[in-house]
Design a protein around this ligand. Structure first.
Ligand code: NAG
Ligand code: NAG
Ligand code: NAG
Ligand code: NAG
Ligand code: NAG
Ligand code: NAG
Ligand code: NAG
Ligand code: NAG
Ligand code: NAG
Ligand code: NAG
Ligand code: NAG
Ligand code: NAG
Ligand code: CU
Length: 559
């Protein structure tokens, strides 16, 4: 008996020792060379901007607790910056990446080593360029494994498969957005959707452009699904197989069994797939979810899930029954079914009280534009303010007390209340400014994001840098501050970094402002960000040195 107590004590000590070692973490070095590469898709070739000549870009692997150093060297004519989407960046805002928000861009010929530690996160995130529309081709996965000797809170999968769902334009992507900015209208929609950079057999040039993954009967696979598309929320489905969602945005969820998933640009979803068929070939498919009358690429990108003993020449490929493009009810039910795992080890720390209440309207409007073809252009705004990008980074201005770069008078609510989802107001003026919201360290924020119908109702996937937030409520029509809070989930709501505000509806999120710095919040439809649907929070330092932003690294790019 004494012996077994000894053994248990020894075991506990080993585990404590190794987790103390792991808490220190390893340092992992990556080198990213940004350069041009000729790539062929849909039987056409064009040069694209890549990292290390790869499309999609290289995967970053790390364990929770590790420090990651990515030295980025820019060899192209464009200015470049890279964002580590969803990484909390505790006190390391200098490594967050959005150009002119936390850093000046890395100019041609220059290098910058992003240096950050992954704390309290495990699962799938991703990285992408955060300047111009370069993220169309500069993107890749971040796979964060649990610390050594820690297990997943679900059965260990046989294999893990990363699937990046993207978009492809035959034209130069910068030319597409520049043309739109000149005309004042919407940019051309993409020519194809892609899975791991490949459109699949429903497009031209199928054999070269198809991603194939082989599976064995009776095994379970973990799919790490990432929406890297610029402008489309997506449905995702595997023919004749169910998925079990276990994690979103690097936070574990209660297992959710579903036929298809809904995923907004910026979001990640880990789902288990049980290969329960004997043999055969099945389409993995993705297509746009769009329930507003807006032009989108309505074609379906496919990859092939192939059982090892199937014959690719004779076996029929099963088509998925993916929800139709405007299936609002499927998407709503999916979003409402997601829950944080909220276990003893992974509690959902939902703020139960709120220090600051914010109501932000998000939407599109027309703005005058003397240089545009029609004298007007589509603009986008938050609380009627279309964000103007500064000339130096906001974080530098904040840290070095440089005045005249931004103000901290972003309004807590829209200037004039109206029926946000009814007939649009007569004079939908959009004002402009570089206005931020100042938040004291460690205060709790409730932010209601309310979609508007000013120009047209549309979905807006909002992404907040520097924090995860809890999605405590959502609904259609106007948010009702008297009735809706009673229905909020303050126990196990999903925790994410990007949330889809439904078309003609609202979403309420809560977060604790425990990360000092300047943090960008913007629509993750790239076209809406370009049009101005963005703002930033300044989170003040706390009291101690551990509650203050670190000084900038020596190689921080200059403007
Ligand atoms: C791409 O191909 C064109 C035409 O062959 C060539 O001129 C160009 O140098 C190539 N670019 C790169 C980056 O390889
Ligand atoms: C990053 O790479 C560049 C180019 O190779 C090099 O000059 C620079 O010293 C590197 N930075 C760090 C921090 O290693
Ligand atoms: C990365 O940051 C850590 C902590 O601030 C620092 O000790 C280390 O020297 C940095 N490494 C590089 C290569 O900048
Ligand atoms: C956008 O589409 C229009 C119509 O098909 C075409 O004429 C134009 O060249 C396209 N623009 C770009 C930049 O490819
Ligand atoms: C601009 O005018 C053209 C016709 O001249 C029209 O097709 C286009 O839709 C207009 N764009 C906007 C944003 O109103
Ligand atoms: C809602 O989604 C859950 C989880 O996938 C599913 O079990 C349920 O049948 C769905 N309900 C409807 C009405 O579609
Ligand atoms: C897809 O878009 C094309 C071109 O806009 C249109 O002709 C077609 O009807 C659309 N298909 C579906 C299924 O909506
Ligand atoms: C969804 O789109 C189909 C055509 O693609 C149309 O027949 C149907 O009315 C639309 N449903 C809704 C709710 O808009
Ligand atoms: C900026 O101002 C704050 C408050 O006045 C001060 O504590 C801090 O040292 C200043 N920072 C710099 C870099 O001057
Ligand atoms: C807002 O307008 C919509 C559409 O006309 C209407 O259904 C809704 O009742 C209105 N809401 C309020 C609060 O007036
Ligand atoms: C933030 O506030 C919470 C609740 O008051 C407190 O428990 C926590 O220790 C504070 N965190 C820091 C870093 O001060
Ligand atoms: C690159 O960034 C620098 C610093 O902000 C700026 O001066 C320059 O004009 C930019 N270059 C291009 C091509 O946009
Ligand atoms: Cu948007």
């Amino acid at each position: 008996m004494g012996d077994s107590v000894m053994r248990i004590t020894f075991l506990v000590m080993v585990i404590m020792f190794s987790s103390a070692m792991e808490a220190e973490g390893k340092t992992r070095h990556y080198k990213f060379d940004v350069g041009l590469k000729n790539v062929s898709r849909l039987c056409q070739t064009k040069p694209i901007v890549t990292v290390n000549g790869e499309f999609p870009g290289p995967t970053i692997y790390a364990r929770e607790g590790d420090t990651v150093i990515v030295n980025v060297t820019n060899h192209v004519k464009y200015n470049v910056s890279i964002h580590w989407h969803g990484v909390r960046q505790l006190r390391t805002g200098w490594a967050d990446g959005p150009a002119y928000i936390t850093q000046c861009p890395i100019q041609t010929g220059q290098s910058y080593a992003y240096n950050f530690t992954i704390t309290g996160q495990r699962g799938t995130l991703w990285w992408h360029a955060h300047i111009l529309w370069l993220r169309a081709t500069i993107h890749g996965a971040i796979v964060i494994l649990p610390p050594k000797h820690h297990l997943y809170p679900f059965p260990k999968p046989h294999k893990e498969i990363t699937l990046l769902l993207g978009e492809w334009w035959n034209a130069d992507v910068e030319a597409v957005i520049n043309e739109a900015l000149k005309s004042g209208g919407a940019p051309n929609v993409s020519d194809a959707h892609t899975i791991n950079g490949k459109p699949g057999p429903l497009f031209k040039c199928p054999t070269k452009d198809t991603f194939v993954v082989s599976v064995e009967h009776g095994k379970t696979y973990l799919l790490r699904i990432i929406n890297v598309a610029l402008n489309d929320e997506l449905f995702f489905d595997v023919a004749d197989h169910h998925l079990k969602v276990v994690e979103v945005d690097a936070v574990y969820t209660k297992p959710l069994r579903t036929k298809s998933i809904v995923i907004a640009p910026g979001q990640t979803t880990n789902a288990l797939l049980y290969a329960n068929k004997g043999s055969g070939r099945y389409f993995i498919a993705t297509r746009t979810f769009m329930d507003a009358p807006v032009a989108v690429d309505n074609k379906t990108a496919t990859a092939i899930l192939q059982y090892v003993n199937s014959n690719s020449n004779t076996d029929f490929i099963a088509m998925p029954r993916i929800p139709s493009q405007n299936d609002t009810s499927f998407a709503t039910n999916f979003s409402n079914s997601l829950r944080s795992l909220n276990s003893a080890r992974f509690p959902a720390k939902v703020p139960q009280t709120v220090d600051r209440h914010l109501l932000f309207t998000v939407g599109l409007a027309m703005d005058s534009c003397p240089t545009c073809n029609n004298g007007s252009r589509v603009a986008a705004s938050i609380n009627n303010i279309s964000f103007v990008m500064p000339k130096i980074s906001l974080l530098q201005a904040h840290f070095f007390n440089i005045t005249g770069v931004f103000t901290t008078d972003f309004p807590d609510r829209p200037p004039t209340p109206f029926n946000y989802t009814g007939a649009p107001p007569q004079n939908p003026m959009t004002s402009k400014g570089t206005r931020l919201t100042r938040i004291p360290f460690n205060s709790t924020v409730q932010l209601v994001l309310q979609g508007t119908s000013v120009l047209a109702m549309e979905k807006h996937p909002l992404h907040l840098h520097g924090f995860n937030f809890f999605i405590v409520g959502r609904g259609f029509g106007n948010y009702n501050p008297n009735k809706d809070p009673a229905k909020f989930n303050l126990v196990d709501p999903p925790e994410r970094n990007t949330v889809g505000v439904p078309t003609g509806g609202w979403t309420a999120i809560r977060f604790r402002a425990d990360n000092p710095g300047v943090w960008f919040m913007h629509c993750h439809l790239e076209v809406h960000t370009t049009w101005g649907l963005k703002m930033a929070f300044v989170v003040e330092n706390g009291d101690g040195p551990n509650q203050s932003i670190l000084p900038p690294p020596k190689d921080l790019p200059k403007c």
